[in-house]
Design a protein around this ligand. Structure first.
Ligand code: AMP
Length: 284
């Protein structure tokens, strides 16, 4: 039986632990999460365990990245179950700071990756990605990881964090890992618990749309408009509450493409009732 993870609740204690591990020559791997852990998170923990000597997972529902108070209030919080899963997967440390520990009285500094953070999800979720890059840099400063793993499920987030690490010369390898899906193709997400059984069924249209576009691209179609129409048809067939966006973008800088003439991804955000789902996949 793997041992219980050490629980660390303040950035100062986490940083002291990180320094001690580094002094002992340990390679630190890090998986930042907001908890409500599922197989997607666990795949990141498994990956980091293979690559590093010590695995740190953070569980922090970061208020700075929520653009809707309701989403923050209803975000699932399942600490005891998360702790058990972390123990099962050989996580050494769970870093779970409180919001006041991360953002003490008077806190005001933000880290921003302009341009890219205003595309795709950033068009509607104003300020969301500034909240993400800010918290990730703060978490990196506390954990002092050599490597940090992020899911491609949140492809824009992964791309922004890679950019931030490059721009600021951070001494951490940012690694993207494939999206883990349910058997029927739905991308795992902590927010899936909010879907009614009927919405859960309709949610499969996102994956169907991505697959349809990919099949056309595999068959030689390079016009973004044609691929987008095909995917949109699948999604509109299930009458979503709202199709927020569907785009084909350059895999590196997230700029919208008209033609598949470089590595590209299709990305979308779809509302079913009060739940917002995102998904994406490479097209070539
Ligand atoms: P979250 O707890 O939603 O903030 O996610 C924490 C990390 O897990 C992020 O790097 C996410 O991209 C990643 N993640 C979330 N869902 C999945 C999934 N279905 N497959 C792979 N990684 C995921």
């Amino acid at each position: 039986m793997p041992s219980e993870p050490t629980i660390i609740r303040t950035p100062i204690q986490m940083q002291a632990h990180g320094h001690a591990l580094r002094a002992a020559g340990k390679r630190i791997g890090f998986v930042p999460t907001m908890g409500a852990l599922h197989a997607g998170h666990l795949s990141l923990i498994d990956y980091v365990r293979q690559e590093c000597d010590v695995v740190v997972a953070s569980i922090f529902v970061n208020p700075l990245q929520f653009d809707r108070a309701e989403d923050l209030d209803t975000y699932p919080r399942t600490f005891e179950a998360d702790r058990a899963l972390c123990a099962q997967r050989g996580t050494d440390v769970i870093f779970c700071p409180t919001a006041p520990a991360m953002y003490p009285e008077g806190y005001c500094t933000k880290v921003s990756v302009p341009g890219m953070s205003g595309l795709l999800c950033g068009k509607v979720r104003t300020g969301h990605f500034d909240g993400v890059t800010t918290v990730v840099l703060k978490l990196f400063n506390a954990v002092l990881p050599h490597l940090a793993a992020f899911g491609e499920k949140d492809y824009q987030q992964l791309t922004l964090i890679k950019r931030m690490a490059l721009d600021l010369g951070l001494d951490v390898a940012v690694v993207g890992r494939p999206t883990v899906r349910e058997a029927d193709g739905l991308a795992m997400s902590s927010r899936n618990v909010h879907l009614s059984p009927e919405e859960r069924q309709r949610a499969l249209a996102l994956w169907r749309g991505l697959q349809k576009a990919r099949a056309l691209a595999d068959a030689g179609q390079t016009e973004a408009r044609v691929l987008l129409d095909a995917a949109r048809q699948e999604i509109e067939a299930v009458k979503p509450t709202r199709l927020e966006y569907i785009e084909i973008v350059d895999s590196t800088n997230l700029e919208s493409l008209e033609r598949l003439d470089r590595p590209a991804r299709m990305a979308m955000a779809v509302w079913l009732g009060s739940t917002r789902l995102i998904d994406n996949a490479p097209l070539n």
